[in-house]
Design a protein around this ligand. Sequence first.
Ligand code: G6P
Length: 622
Amino acid sequence: MCGIVGYTGRRKAAPILLDALSRLEYRGYDSAGLAVRDGEKLAEVVKATGKLIHLADKTDQGRALEGNCGIGHTRWATHGDPSLINAHPHVSGNCSGSGSGEVESEVVGVHNGIIENFAELKDKLLRHGYTFYSETDTEVLIKLVDYYYRKYKIGPVDAINRMMVRVRGSYALALMFRDYPGEIFAARKDSPMIIGTKDGETYLASDVPAILKYTREVYYIDNLQVARIAPGQVTFYDLNGDEVELPRTEITWDAAAAERGGFEHFMLKEIHEQPAAVRDTLNSLIRDGRIDLSASGLTEEELRAAEQIDIVACGSAWHVGMAAQYVIEGLAGLPVRVELASEFRYRQLPLNERTLVIVISQSGETADSLAALRVAKERGAKTLAIVNVIGSTIAREADHVLYTLAGPEIAVATTKAYSAQLVTADVLAVELASVRGMMDDARRDELLAELMTLPDKINRILEEKERLQWFSSKIANTHDIFFIGRGLDYAISLEGSLKMKEISYIHSEAYAAGELKHGTISLIENNTLVIGVLTQNDLYEKTLSNMMECKSRGAYLMGLTTNGHFSVEDSVNFTVYIPKTDGFFMASLAVIPLQLLAYYTSVNRGLDVDKPRNLAKSVTVE
Ligand code: G6P
């Protein structure tokens, strides 16, 4: 959702804040703002609607703002439309016009998240004489801190603590107080926030890539804690106001990994990073030809004891779950349910200690996935997280964690994290099958060896991307696309369809091929594009028949199949061939052309590939 940054040190703050925000634009981008303070002088606020570049232009790339201490924000609107007045930072006092200018108020701040009881709090503040200039819940939050700060004449830490006790919802918050020049106060609940120090400077961000260039030594501030930040120093406090020590974590991601590195878009770069992401992830799970999950602490006994697996996730991570379902059931013979986290958290699913709940998440911060994890733990299930961001909340709260080694993913539409999650689930499926006696050693070794061939096979698909680029130019003006498949091919269709619609804005749907004729086929008209995924040996002929049913109603067909099924070419208008692998691992290969197709279609339509409208990479609100 929104991105938050902060800096206090000896350099000019605004250019650093803008640079850090530019790495967070994927979190939200309908407006942006800065508050910067020069020594004892009052803070100055500048805001701009639209993309960050407008804020950079308005401040001469930050050069126009004096001061070594400041906070910044990119917004993804929740409460209130994306106008200048609703843009952050917000202040505790009154605000005229656009909200830019000198801040006379006691408190100025930026916020990510949602305050659920904001209406009730606003009423309380109105009764105490506060007035409101914006429609945001953030203004309420900041005024509530101000209220406690003035009423009890307590310092910022205690005022924030009182606010935290009173507020329901999720937030990451960075505040500056008029009486505390050079300092920033931060707090969070269920919304990520990290703080890093180096060489007498301190940085704060809602996400690792923002400050990776400046420091790798970070602290993950915990829920309901406050951080007091000064140049090169940070002190943490708990809800009682007592000082607490937090461990420092070293981020091992390569800073260059968060740059575009010559590619036109992050998405294209990340598509090309998939062989490495898959290889690195596999190498962390398979050592000397043997599966080694010891880093997660998962024991063979736990894997043997599981009677039911529930996979819970959102978006593409949920699609990984859909694919993993077929693989785990097929290899290990265990029942698997795949649930959307936003649904799972409110259902009354019976869970117990023999249920293994697997939460899959790139960011490790998705609000619904985190809530689902907590529900699973409360109901006594064992939990395993498959997460990309080290130290993220889901990673820390799950009983066990397997990290994917995809590195920082910047494009909103996930590619390499999806691929890394997929092979992690595959390895887990093989291990489950093996320890539960569903597979002999020879078959296990054969599957592990096959997994290790995937990076090269992905490379081979990438080498033929021009064909997809050409085809995408033909379909760029299509209105509707249907992705169909059966079994694992259905799971692949789900991801192909989501990729397409989220970045090309072409309406698309994924359907289980056999289900088409129960309604959806009435939508097929002349030239409707139907993309059939045909990688499963025992099912592809059936899907092909369903495609032919569409063709006889005017559909234009693309088939995605493996080398060898050359007869597909006779039936469809355009065929994409991918290398062969074990049927259980086909998703890792089949998804690549679908990512490329979505990417090139978006480019052909002149859209902002990396930052599609209305979307955010990390969804930290419900
Ligand atoms: C957002 C992203 C998706 C992602 C989903 C889950 O909607 O745009 O790409 O799959 O969140 O995110 P997570 O970080 O939990 O994997």
